[in-house]
Design a binder for this molecule. Structure first.
Ligand code: SF4
Length: 298
């Protein structure tokens, strides 16, 4: 099977991403986030494994990407601690740069700043996920992921280097990280360093729900809120999703940033594509107001 695949989140009807390719340089993800969905389709999902002949295969498969871009990664983190030594993601970035293929990075790891030298020389945008700035809560929710403070610093450093950055404030789990005061605090720290904020609500599957309720027993009283089923995931009832997204949108716009939600069923609220690809279409920061059709700061 090819390592580089068309991105297709289970043909989800709420996905509004433009056509793109996706690659996971590693199989599995040690961060072990309780809310993670990859455990429903990857055996031993929280164990990081290398792929055989990865670089040779990627070099060959990159030829098939034409007029599109590559997303790293959607079912793992492209910067696990193994990457420090192996440098597979770094090598793939160099290959993409040489082929003129734009790249979107999605990570929770500050190791991404190691590759600023390459990212600066190609079309790229980096999304970092922060679900909470409370280190104790983060340690339970994302046991082996880097601390939120390290992620904040990574976003700041990327931004100072001129690389388009996005904050992924997701998933929002009612009862865990749905306090607007915390959202405001996060935005206060980051609004000068990110161009867009992407949000989504928690979409539990059987195994992720079990892990979360074991760690946060009070959540069991919220189970009845997840009434909508899309594919293998449950969704919060529409009105609750709408309330969460509307209040986040207000905060994000108040800070002069672009807002998008991801797979929520409200595409008309998105200022830009939620995957960061809007930033691949332009060279200059100012030109983004044209793409967004808004007067927000880009
Ligand atoms: S970083 Fe993403 S892929 Fe890795 S465990 Fe967390 S949610 Fe899953």
């Amino acid at each position: 099977m090819a390592l580089i695949q068309h991105f297709d989140p289970w043909k989800g009807k709420f996905c509004t991403c433009p056509p793109k390719y996706t690659l996971n340089p590693y199989t599995g993800c040690r961060h072990s986030c309780l809310y993670c969905y990859i455990t429903s389709f990857i055996p031993q999902a929280f164990v990081v494994r290398e792929k055989q002949n990865l670089l040779q295969a990627v070099q060959k498969e990159l030829q098939k990407i034409k007029s599109s871009y590559l997303s790293l990664s959607n079912s793992s983190d492209p910067y696990p601690m193994e990457e420090e030594e192996k440098q597979y993601t770094r090598t793939i970035l160099k290959m993409c740069k040489d082929h003129g293929i734009p790249v979107l990075i999605l990570t929770k790891s500050p190791l991404v700043i190691r590759d600023i030298d390459i990212l600066k020389e190609m079309k790229a945008a980096v999304s970092l996920t922060i679900t909470t700035i409370d280190p104790k809560k983060a340690k339970i929710l994302e046991p082996h992921a880097p601390e939120p403070e390290a992620r904040i610093q990574a976003l700041q450093e990327l931004s100072r280097a001129g690389i388009p950055t996005l904050l992924r404030l997701d998933p929002i789990i009612p009862g865990i990280n749905d306090n607007p005061k915390e959202w405001e605090e996060i935005l206060q720290q980051l609004s000068a360093f990110v161009r867009q904020v992407v949000v989504s609500t928690f979409k539990p599957r059987a195994d992720s729900w079990k892990r979360l309720v074991e760690a946060f027993p009070s959540l069991s009283s919220t189970q009845s809120w997840y009434t909508q089923k899309e594919g293998n995931s449950f969704y919060l009832e529409r009105q609750k999703r709408e309330n969460i997204l509307r209040s986040l949108q207000q905060i994000v716009h108040h800070h002069g940033l672009f807002f998008s939600s991801c797979r929520e069923g409200f595409p008309e609220w998105n200022d830009l594509h939620c995957d960061g690809s809007s930033f691949l279409q332009v060279q200059s920061r100012n030109a983004l107001s044209v793409i967004g059709g808004t007067s927000f700061r880009g």
